[in-house]
Ligand binder design. Structure first.
Ligand code: WTA
Length: 660
């Protein structure tokens, strides 16, 4: 049985422990229902109240939602605020200046703790440094940094001066970095000399050099370098400067730039179904409101918590649940530089024990690989560690299969921690569908119910509601404050991708399929309905990988599909036609390796196909369209039972059946 079928039939129910419910920020189903009813009854009143109660406004807003230019919705637009002020200054004023904001643990295991006061000072000084370079409100700044205190500081400093940051994950290639620098029109790049991961030093600054050398980056005036490892780097006079030298002479007072709630806080690139990544633009006010509220609601954050989100700041999870949400909530959080398997696969459990983490948020992929590791080595099994500090667990990025859920529940949570299986996306800014830990009885593999104010539904291709029990397209029927504002530089694409005419132009299309349970109405996500793969919780567009492959001089044609994988959720499988004859045996292996490395260079190692199969051709219809659904079946290693009457060249299937 597939994971999806198991999930659909899953009937085990786990209620939140009574003690948890009693103390929860939202306690019990009645409290949840009351919030949902408030949103139902007076949608704008609901969001207006929350925005007034949860954020500090320099100038209050007078209008909650402006729908006049839908789907370019505007929230709290005439209100003025500053995100960094709401994440830092408010806590200094509340007597929490000496509270630990960040517990940083390096790859090698060194620990440093930064108070809110220290973090505020670092951010102010760096913000002044940026200003001294002429960087100002509205400028775009690319951040290509390792997991570090300085990475968080860089993002917060941009927010403080109203510069819009665009963080590029440190695993992306020079070419991917250059494309983002060009598309976003950045004036500066903030990077580090190198990053330390798994006991190795990996380059960052030299990749920035390579990216800038690819051209079209004339707008870049500064490359600011955080000295992380002290490794050798090339230094371009007049362009490159050390972060510590820039910061040293700066004042620790930096008046925040008060911006409209609609001011773009950041642009984060993500994969879509075409070759070109989309620059998802987020706002300041609405975005911050939701990252803070979901900390309170989904993560039940309390002043005594030690929160740990294992994501990288290069992904949206790191934005909302490392840089912004936890700090806005005044929490103490762990920032981890390294990887879960170094020095061994007990690293996460060791860190939870050491720092007495109370809330732990990670991805199913990590859980699955750590299950395997623990099964193989009793010494690093979670039972060897004291994980009793934990009170709540979270999962994000991909569907969690019931087996992994059960293991997480039992071995990490000790059967006493609720699990928040949070469904959301880069575009949604924060959680959309998730159990609330003091409210929702949990069913493994189901993300259960939408958060209050989030109007999710399941519809057919024409936008009509489907009854529970029938799978369909996941949509959101009303705008919400932290939603994507536009695709940077391409508003038409924004409208077409997310508010398609087929659905009436008013519903947000998530791009995922889903089904609701007949009895409970619980949502289960059934996976993407577009050409986007989810590999280890990372979104990858099949077209992006195909374009990278065909850019190789050897390749004539390529088609990429996903295949189920026990650890990574989905794995990338590429079907390739070379310009020369079809290789076999060792030669095929060697060319496959070459192409894998090529893709790593073009996009980044995360996009490397796990499997490459060579054919004389690809299965096509008579009109020349590649029949991907057949390739998906072949990739899975299953027999083709579908109709192939429209297939031009049936013989090709036999050839592509065998993995080389
Ligand atoms: C998938 C990550 C099932 C989904 C925050 C979505 C999930 C895509 C879950 C967004 C979940 C995320 N259950 N699927 N709990 N969370 N997804 O933009 O396909 O990197 O559309 O944002 O991940 O990925 P993104």
């Amino acid at each position: 049985m597939s994971d999806l079928e198991t999930a659909k039939q899953e009937s085990r129910v786990f209620s939140p422990p009574a003690a948890f419910v009693a103390n929860a920020n939202i306690s019990g189903m009645d409290a949840y229902n009351a919030l949902c009813a408030e949103a139902e009854k007076d949608y704008e009143g609901f969001w207006g109240r929350l925005a007034r109660e949860n954020l500090q406004w320099h100038k209050p807003f007078t209008k909650v939602l402006d729908e006049s230019n839908a789907p370019n919705y505007k929230w709290f637009e005439d209100g003025l605020l500053n995100v960094s002020y709401n994440c830092l200054d408010v806590h200094l004023k509340n007597g929490n200046a000496d509270k630990v904001a960040l517990i940083f643990e390096s790859d090698a295991g060194d620990v440093s703790k930064i108070s809110y006061k220290d973090l505020h000072e670092k951010v102010c000084k760096f913000a002044n440094g940026l200003k001294s370079r002429g960087i100002k409100k509205g400028d775009r700044v690319v951040i290509y940094m390792p997991m570090s205190v300085e990475g968080v500081v860089a993002m917060q400093a941009c927010a403080r001066i109203g510069a819009t940051h665009s963080v590029v994950f440190g695993g992306f290639s020079a070419k991917s970095l250059q494309e983002r620098i060009v598309d976003v029109g950045a004036v500066a790049v903030i990077t580090a000399d190198e990053q330390a991961r798994g006991g190795k030093h990996l380059p960052l600054k030299s990749i920035v050099d390579e990216a800038l050398a690819l051209g079209d980056c004339e707008k870049i005036k500064d490359v600011i370098i955080y000295k992380r490892t002290g490794g050798n780097i090339n230094f371009v006079a007049g362009r490159d400067l050390w972060m510590h030298e820039l910061v040293a002479p700066q004042s620790n007072v930096c008046e925040p730039e008060w911006v409209s709630a609609e001011h773009p806080l950041f642009i984060l690139y993500t994969s879509g179904s075409t070759g070109k990544p989309k620059g998802v633009q987020h706002s300041s006010g609405g975005y911050l409101l939701w990252s803070l509220l979901t900390m309170k609601w989904t993560f039940d954050i309390k002043p005594t918590d030690v929160f740990w989100c294992t994501a990288d700041i290069g992904w949206v999870t790191g934005h909302s649940y490392i840089t912004y949400g936890p700090l806005a909530a005044g929490a103490t959080e762990i920032v981890f530089e390294g990887i879960p398997t170094y020095p061994n696969a007990g690293r996460f459990w060791d860190m939870i024990q050491k720092h007495k983490a109370t809330i732990f948020y990670t991805a199913p992929t990590a859980i699955r690989s750590l299950i395997k590791a623990a099964d193989g080595d009793a010494k690093i099994h979670p039972k060897q560690y004291d994980l009793s500090s934990l009170r709540l667990l979270g999962s994000v990025g991909e569907p969690i299969n019931p087996e992994a859920w059960m293991w997480y529940y039992k071995h990490i949570g000790g059967e006493k921690c609720p699990i928040a299986d949070t469904f959301w996306q880069t575009e949604t800014g924060g959680h959309m569908i998730s159990p609330l830990p003091g409210v929702t009885p949990m069913v493994p593999g189901s993300c259960t119910l939408p958060l209050p104010g989030i109007m999710t539904a399941i519809v057919d291709e024409t936008g009509h509601d489907l009854p529970n029990g029938q799978g369909g397209i996941l949509v959101v029927k009303k705008p919400w404050p932290s939603m994507i504002r536009t695709i940077w530089g391409d508003n038409e694409r924004f409208k077409k991708s997310y508010f398609p005419d087929e659905l009436g132009g008013t519903m947000y299309l998530a791009g995922d399929g889903a089904i609701r349970n007949k009895d409970t109405g619980y949502f289960t996500i059934t996976g993407r309905i577009d050409d986007v793969l989810n590999v280890s919780g990372h979104r990858m567009g099949t077209m992006e990988i195909e374009s990278a492959l065909v850019a190789n001089p050897l390749v004539a044609e390529a088609a990429v599909v996903g295949k189920p994988d026990d650890t990574t959720g989905e794995a990338i499988c590429a079907f390739v036609v070379l310009k020369r004859s079809r290789p076999t045996g060792d030669e095929a292996k060697q060319i496959a390796t070459e192409l894998r490395n090529w893709v790593a260079k073009e996009i980044g190692p995360i996009a490397k196909p796990k499997e490459i199969r060579f054919g004389d051709n690809l299965p096509k219809t008579r009109s020349g369209k590649i029949m991907r659904r057949l390739l998906r079946v072949l990739a899975k290693g299953e027999e083709i039972t579908q109709d192939i009457s429209t297939l031009e060249n049936p013989a090709i299937l036999e050839q592509l059946k065998q993995a080389q």
